[in-house]
Design a binder for this molecule. Structure first.
Ligand SMILES: *[C@@H]1O[C@H](CO)[C@@H](O)[C@H](O)[C@H]1NC(C)=O
Ligand SMILES: *[C@@H]1O[C@H](CO)[C@@H](O)[C@H](O)[C@H]1NC(C)=O
Ligand SMILES: *[C@@H]1O[C@H](CO)[C@@H](O)[C@H](O)[C@H]1NC(C)=O
Ligand SMILES: *[C@@H]1O[C@H](CO)[C@@H](O)[C@H](O)[C@H]1NC(C)=O
Ligand SMILES: *[C@@H]1O[C@H](CO)[C@@H](O)[C@H](O)[C@H]1NC(C)=O
Ligand SMILES: *[C@@H]1O[C@H](CO)[C@@H](O)[C@H](O)[C@H]1NC(C)=O
Ligand SMILES: *[C@@H]1O[C@H](CO)[C@@H](O)[C@H](O)[C@H]1NC(C)=O
Length: 291
């Protein structure tokens, strides 16, 4: 009997998704990684709650949180939310069905929707509420300092379980903006990349396991000083729905004892430039020899 009830309740939920007859509230919330955030939602005060379904629009499958038949149902939760979600008030006093999402990471960024059905179980006499919350979790800008010759990791992580379509790292310094690295269609795309970076960068984890899209910048030069930005596009739940994550890292490369203000003169890294001029020199010598 309970199974039948929840099945009909679930189909009501599905209906709700396409029914235009409801009011809803949209809220924007920002948080930092590691925080516990409350996704607020208020249902009607004096009406018994039949089902609460929290989901995230771009997740392929699974709920963020589902409450039915008087209890939460972790079996249908998306794996990344298991043990991280709970109702703010278990009693849901005054219709407070806000959800606490614990220890957020920037891969929790997304649009959350809560659908609530209330009322007596006979069909047709129900109150419906929808809350929509845009949650954006981002690290404050990271500042990194390093010395010439070192390797640094520019760290960035994204949603674990959504296929990665594009990763683009850019460096900005004053009026210059270079493409440091592009990954597209399952491989790096050197054609899009600024030639100065072709041999100087690599993906920290080639498999990008657990959504780790960090980039290693090798054999640093003073000229690598700048602001690095990472933009990632992942496939979402529905065709065409994508999510973006941005990481921003300020990198300052300087020689201790040297003049810090000289860190980055707005130029490019010179490794390859030198390489190229050596090649030019060799070609020149070759030409001379032939002559
Ligand atoms: C939420 O953010 C969007 C842009 O991201 C903005 O257009 C909208 O006005 C914001 N809504 C509220 C309630 O602040
Ligand atoms: C988040 O909540 C858990 C308990 O649910 C608590 O142990 C932890 O300290 C909280 N974290 C923050 C940053 O408040
Ligand atoms: C919070 O999440 C991070 C990364 O997902 C993890 O390393 C850390 O152990 C978690 N902290 C708690 C208190 O669960
Ligand atoms: C809907 O909520 C209102 C209070 O906000 C309540 O008076 C009414 O009885 C509810 N309707 C149902 C069908 O529960
Ligand atoms: C990074 O540096 C900027 C100024 O250069 C400063 O405003 C910001 O607070 C720093 N962030 C951290 C996390 O240290
Ligand atoms: C930087 O990484 C390269 C390999 O990618 C390694 O050969 C080199 O020793 C590293 N340099 C430092 C200073 O760790
Ligand atoms: C950037 O600005 C410098 C002067 O501040 C100028 O010489 C240079 O041409 C500019 N570069 C670009 C790409 O606009």
């Amino acid at each position: 009997m309970a199974a039948v009830t929840s099945a009909s309740v679930l189909s009501t939920l599905l209906l709700l998704c396409i029914s235009p007859v409801f009011a809803f509230v949209v809220q924007n919330i920002t948080a930092r990684p590691g925080e516990n955030v409350s996704l607020p939602c208020l249902a009607h005060k004096n009406s018994p709650i039949i089902v609460i379904g929290w989901h995230r629009r771009d997740l392929e499958t699974g709920y963020v949180f589902l409450y039915r038949d008087g209890q939460s149902d972790p079996d249908v939760e998306h794996p990344s939310y298991i043990n991280r979600v709970e109702l703010k008030d278990k009693q849901m006093k005054d219709g407070d069905i806000s959800l606490i999402l614990k220890n957020v990471t920037n891969s929790d960024t997304g649009t959350y929707e809560c659908h609530v059905i209330q009322g007596e179980t006979d069909q047709g006499k129900t109150n419906e509420t929808i809350c929509i919350i845009n949650l954006r979790v981002f690290k404050p800008v990271q500042n990194i300092t390093a010395r010439p010759g070192e390797n640094v990791s520019l760290s960035c992580s994204v949603h674990k379980n959504s296929p990665i379509l594009v990763i683009e790292w850019r460096r900005r310094f004053q009026n210059i903006s270079d493409v440091v690295s592009v990954y597209r269609d399952g491989q790096s795309d050197p054609e899009q990349q600024h030639p100065f970076y072709i041999d100087g960068v690599e993906q920290k984890d080639k498999q990008m396991k657990d959504g780790d899209v960090s980039l290693i910048l090798k054999n640093l030069e003073i000229q690598d000083t700048g602001t690095y930005e990472c933009r990632v596009i992942q496939r979402g739940r529905d065709q065409g729905k994508r999510t973006e994550t941005n990481c921003i890292i300020n990198l300052m490369v300087f020689q201790p004892g040297g003049d810090e203000k000289n860190g980055g003169d707005g130029g490019h890294r010179v490794g390859l430039k030198l390489g190229l001029s050596v090649v030019a020199l060799l070609v020149g010598v070759g030409v001379l020899l032939v002559l």
